[in-house]
Design a binder for this molecule. Structure first.
Ligand code: URA
Length: 426
């Protein structure tokens, strides 16, 4: 590999010129090995934040991130593989239902997931509220479970795109997270290294999402779809609204319970409809001609869910942890609910104990919020709006303080906005 000077690489990007493939390969490799200082990589990240990466640079950057670790070999399974990635939202428990549903239809779903940070929850945190459930699997266990059951939700191992871990921690503390090429390469390097044949990206946009504007979401979606296609992964993105929480439950065990409700044919319509819609796109990508709505209705998806949980040490029928402390927030105005703010509800769930501020923090399984009203509902004074769940009084009080003003009420009728915004394909 050619040798470069880190300062020269920084100058090049700072001054708006393009980095060569070799310079990108060198600097990411040297950073991974600890030969480029954190302050130098911080400076380069900030230059990328302001000057972006061209298509060619982004491809080389992503290639190098993938090449920094292992690639899972999912070839030779009896079914085609297809995964889904969500950019993160409030009450987003779709993966818990979608993975077994798509498996019940005949594809295999390798859902290598992460934990939550801040106000958005993490799939692993949710499933870990099931006592005994194991997030860490070996590569052989992942393959075996995909072959026998068709669905795995587990932790992305440290061997997958390891330089992303280092970069992500650095971006977190240097104000360089919100960069389209850095987000796109971070997400896609892990998904491509995972070895899936196809991928559906659920790009969340709105108050409770990482990305607030449709234009930015579209740009991120297009960038990721292009990266997927460049690397031989058939990729489609669906932009979905995250202004209001998805479903009613926000919090780890609460969301598992709501997911099981949907798998049993009940549960909130928005969760069910979005899951079936994403399942249809996933199945189309791998040419499996089965109706997911039918597999949800006839109990097949629930059966796969139970097998998937048991295979990872959990009991799907166990009673999940319940909060010892609860409170109900009631309406102080009469009228029609104009909005339920996803960000406020997400922050309240986090303050109640469901989320973490730092990667090392523990989360409460039982804490969270149940939303009792939705946009467009007519409400009266004293009507319950939210149920708050916490393990102790101090957390309950923090949640109470955070949830003030989460609901906007007026006497106007509202147009309930659609959840599905637009689809981005190659
Ligand atoms: N999720 C990731 O994995 N990386 C990002 O940069 C943002 C969200």
């Amino acid at each position: 590999m050619s040798y470069f000077s880190a300062v020269d690489v920084i100058h090049t990007k700072r001054d708006g010129a393009a980095l060569s493939d070799d310079a990108i390969a060198w600097i990411l490799n040297a950073y991974h090995l600890g030969e480029v200082a954190e302050e130098q990589m911080s400076s380069l990240l900030m230059a990328i934040f302001f000057n972006g990466l061209s298509k060619g640079e982004l491809r080389a950057w992503t290639d190098q991130m993938i090449g920094s670790g292992e690639r899972l070999d999912l070839k030779g399974l009896s079914r085609p593989t297809v995964d889904k990635h969500s950019t993160g939202g409030v009450g987003d428990k779709i993966s818990l239902i979608l993975a077994p549903l798509v498996a019940a239809c005949g594809a295999a779903v390798p859902q290598l997931s992460g934990r939550g940070l801040g106000h958005t929850g993490g799939t692993l945190d949710k499933l870990e509220s099931i006592p005994g459930w194991r997030a860490n699997l070996t590569n052989d266990e992942i393959r075996d479970q995909l072959d026998s059951i068709g669905a795995v939700i587990c932790a992305a191992g440290p061997g997958l795109a390891p330089v992303d871990r280092k970069l992500y921690s650095l971006r977190d503390v240097t104000g360089t997270v919100e960069s389209i090429p850095l987000i796109a390469s971070s997400i896609m390097s892990k998904k491509i290294a995972e070895g899936t044949d196809a991928l559906v990206l659920d790009v969340k946009v709105g108050r409770g999402a990482f990305i607030k504007s449709v234009e930015q979401a579209r740009l991120l979606a297009t960038t990721m779809v292009q990266l997927g296609s460049d690397h031989g992964v058939a990729t489609v993105a669906q932009l979905t609204s995250m202004n209001a929480p998805l479903g009613r439950a926000v919090g780890n065990a609460l969301e598992v319970t709501e997911s099981v409700d949907v798998l049993r044919g009940a549960g909130p319509a928005d969760v069910r409809d979005l899951t079936v819609d994403l399942a249809r796109i996933m199945l189309e990508l791998v040419a499996v001609d089965v109706d997911p709505a039918a597999k949800l209705a006839d109990g097949s998806a629930h059966e796969v869910y139970c097998r998937m949980i048991r295979a990872q040490g959990g009991d799907p029928d166990v009673v999940l942890p319940l909060a010892k402390h609860r409170d109900v927030v009631v309406a102080t105005h009469e009228g029609v609910v104009q909005s339920v703010d996803a960000l406020t509800v997400g922050v309240a769930a986090w303050r109640l104990g469901a989320g973490r501020a730092r990667k090392e923090d523990p989360v409460s399984a039982a804490a969270g919020v149940v939303c009792l009203v939705r946009e467009g509902d007519a409400i009266v004074v004293g009507q319950p709006l939210f149920e708050l769940h916490a393990d102790d009084d101090a957390h309950l009080q923090r949640g109470r303080d955070a949830i003030t003003d989460a609901v906007v009420v007026s006497d106007q009728l509202v147009m309930v906005e659609p959840l599905l915004l637009e689809r981005v394909t190659n």
